[in-house]
Design a protein around this ligand. Structure first.
Ligand code: FAD
Length: 513
């Protein structure tokens, strides 16, 4: 019987374990997870009955296999959710599907509402050419935006940086309002110092021309097949947040005989002659060694290489210089927001209906606000009387922001919310959560990543999957798919790792956040 050890119980590791064990009794699967719960970055944190999604995870995919998997684990809602009932909203429901008021194992269909907060005003996201936008910008700024867009369309800059890519796509004025500050907040680098390929991947499909075309299609109610991708207006979301899905996947894995060891951090990969012989992990301060026939790693490539023996210096240098961006999310509970609700989209808490807001205002350090009530009312203990938010701050592990105490961070968050006019009163409660290596970045030694991947290809029983496991800017669907592909390869004794390295390279869909 083959013994497969999977490192990491995030979407990639769990989907690999699930697929390996499906219809296959001839395999032993052990998943080692450093954290005390499953789900990786896509887990849900339960803080005193209020649930936090570490980022706000929309379930959206073009991959039918992944979608089928999601809906097998959590079937689509057959009855209205709590807020839809109270608001008497129409909802398309799946006949025979579960009732979210009575059952937990249910996938909800949610409306997507998100805006940009800039200069103390709200703008539609993606930027919409309506009267409100022009009014918010003012006549002079609107004219400036128009002229600068025309100029950038006529005189294209050489695309040597992300800055030039954005200016060519949107014009200098819109770039400076809506892209420069936010990109710098997220990545800790200005767009002029970022490779343009990053933008063409992330902003693929979002262009002023598409925004204009979508505007006219909406105006005349014509179905637009080529809708820009950031205009997706519905998404799937588990009743209790993304982690709920992975908790059920873990349950299924265990039912099929797989083992998942939590609080088990892999600290050593014992490699010899292009083969991994065993793995050491720490559990409860105890070092445990485990033999393996095959290793599937979804842990960060940098950590994997550091845990291996006798790595050539050039390979170690590449992996040590792989960049990441880290992030802190602060759960904040308030009884109300000091903001005007949307006129058309009602909520049961009486405030704004956004799922999330991009904070592009340079006067605060906050990057994004999630309003969990609007993702799912079941995320919040008292969804009518309180508003439970996730305030997101991008930073780097070990920098002065990262090292602030929880108390300092909460104080800053409350001050910024007041300065932005979101709240007037004190916050009721808060919870600070730090996420290491939230974003694998494409700078520095990333340009040499092929050498590192080629080196790892030579380990005949090692497979790398997932977001940090392949250092690819994956969404959940890419990571899950990489787990599936890897399981198929293992079943067929195939070791063509290029398939795994390239999972999201040609993908036509990149979710915009
Ligand atoms: C802010 C934010 C918002 C996002 N929004 C969306 C969205 O809307 N939609 C979407 O589809 N995706 C979204 N994503 C992406 C999504 O979170 C990831 O694609 C997904 O979680 C990646 O899964 P993974 O299994 O590859 O990696 P991870 O989720 O990182 O899981 C890896 C696991 O390995 C474990 N591990 C690491 N090192 C070790 C070790 N040494 N020993 C044992 N275990 C270890 C970790 O603890 C973790 O559990 C978002 C991400 C962020 C940061």
């Amino acid at each position: 019987m083959k013994k497969v050890v999977i490192i990491g119980a995030g979407p990639a590791g769990l989907s690999c374990a699930y697929k390996l064990l499906s219809n296959n009794k001839n395999i032993e699967v052990i998943v080692l997870e450093e954290d005390s719960q499953v789900g990786g970055i896509s887990k849900t944190i339960n803080y005193k009955g209020n649930r936090m999604d570490v980022g706000g995870h929309r379930f959206f995919t073009k991959n039918e296999e992944v979608k089928k998997f999601w809906l097998k684990i959590l079937p689509l809602q057959g009855k209205k959710a709590y807020d839809d009932i109270l608001l008497e909203l129409d909802k398309s429901l799946k006949k025979g599907g579960p009732d979210p008021e009575k059952e937990d194992r249910v996938m909800l269909v949610r409306n997507r509402v998100s805006r940009i907060y800039y200069n103390k005003k709200f703008f539609d996201y993606p930027v919409n050419l309506n009267f409100k936008t022009l009014k918010n910008m003012g006549l002079v700024t609107s004219i400036n935006c128009g002229f600068s867009y025309i100029k950038s369309s006529l005189f294209k800059l050489e695309e040597t940086s992300l800055e030039n890519f954005y200016i060519n796509s949107f014009g200098k004025k819109l770039y400076s309002m809506f892209f420069k500050e936010y990109t710098t907040k997220v990545w800790g680098r200005e767009p002029k110092d970022i490779d343009p390929s990053w933008g063409s991947q992330r902003a693929k499909g979002i262009s002023i021309r598409k925004v204009i075309s979508d505007y006219f299609h909406r105006l005349f109610k014509i179905k637009n097949k080529n809708k820009a991708k950031s205009l997706i207006e519905e998404f799937l979301y588990p009743k209790y947040g993304p982690g709920e899905l992975y908790e059920y996947v873990a349950e299924e894995i265990e039912k099929m005989g797989g083992k998942i060891y939590l609080n088990s951090k892999v600290t050593k990969i014992n490699n010899e002659n292009n083969k991994i012989k065993s793995i050491s992990y720490m559990n409860n301060n105890k070092k445990i060694d485990i033999n393996c026939d095959i290793v599937v790693s979804s842990m960060p490539m940098k950590d994997l290489v550091n845990d291996m023996n006798k790595i050539p210096k050039n390979i170690k240098d590449i992996s040590n210089n792989l960049p990441y961006r880290d992030f802190i999310t602060i759960g904040v509970l308030v009884d109300k927001l000091n903001l005007k609700p949307h006129k058309t989209i009602k909520t049961i808490h009486g405030s704004i209906s956004d799922n999330w807001i991009y904070v592009q205002d340079p006067s605060v350090t906050m990057g994004r606000v999630q309003i969990f009530n609007n993702w799912s009312p079941y995320m919040v203990k008292s969804p009518k009387d309180t508003i439970w938010m996730g305030l997101e701050y991008f930073c780097s592990e070990g920098d002065s922001f990262w090292n602030k105490s929880d108390k300092e961070l909460t104080k800053l968050a409350a001050e910024e919310l007041k300065r932005m006019g979101f709240i007037k009163d004190k916050i009721i409660d808060s919870y600070v959560y730090r996420v290491k290596k939230a974003y694998p970045a494409y700078f520095d030694s990333y340009s040499e990543i092929d050498k590192l991947r080629e080196y790892l290809n030579d380990y005949e029983n090692l497979y790398c999957i997932g977001r940090n496991g392949t250092h690819s800017y994956n969404n959940m669907d890419h990571s899950i798919y990489s787990g599936f592909v890897c399981a198929d390869m293992i079943k067929k004794n195939n070791h063509d790792l290029d398939k795994l390295w390239n999972i999201n390279v040609d993908s036509s869909y990149q979710e915009e956040k």
